[in-house]
Design a protein around this ligand. Structure first.
Ligand code: ZN
Length: 172
């Protein structure tokens, strides 16, 4: 079964792999971004997505500094840029499966999943269950339209990486 620790995003309440979340700590009433996940304080977590960071910035109780919010946003932006161009260069290779049907068919050969951030809740649950059952790492990243553009489709909600080497490069 799934051995990677999961935490709940304090904004959207979704349970995710810890690597998909930023850690935030509270010290004497001041919230701080725990960039290296090592601060000795009780942590809460937020998704590494623009959507959740934006919503967090409007949260009055979680009084993160603008500098911390900016740092988080930049980290997300950097990661997204890399993934999009990386996928773009691989789009004609045999390493990619896309869409739920193709990915399900290929599941035994898949090593990493990229799930669109705006995928429906029902499909999201289905895919995360599939990922856990097959011990495949995943991230939520980009929109269906952004992922679709890679394959010249209007929308793609899921991409599977069939190369172990490429998958390792993406999860490092
Ligand atoms: Zn979230």
């Amino acid at each position: 079964m799934n051995s990677t620790p999961t935490r709940t995003c304090l904004v959207c309440r979704e349970k995710k792999d810890k690597s998909e979340l930023f850690r935030i700590v509270e010290i004497d009433g001041q919230y701080m971004f725990d960039e290296n996940q090592t601060m000795q304080a009780r942590g809460t977590y937020v998704c590494k997505t623009h959507e959740c960071i934006k919503r967090l910035s409007k949260n009055k109780k979680i009084n993160l500094s603008n500098e911390d919010l900016y740092k988080m946003a930049i980290t997300v932006k950097k990661a997204q840029k890399d993934y999009l161009s990386l996928l773009e260069t691989m789009k004609r290779s045999e390493f990619l499966s896309f869409g739920i049907n193709m990915v399900t068919e290929d599941i035994k050969r898949i090593h990493f999943l990229i799930i669109a951030e705006d995928i429906s809740e029902k499909n999201d649950k289905r895919i995360m269950r599939l990922a856990r059952e097959n011990n495949i790492k995943y991230i939520h990243y980009g929109s269906k339209v952004q992922l679709g553009a890679i394959f010249d489709k209007p929308e793609v909600n899921l991409i599977g990486i069939k190369s172990k080497k490429v998958a390792r490069g993406m999860t490092e």
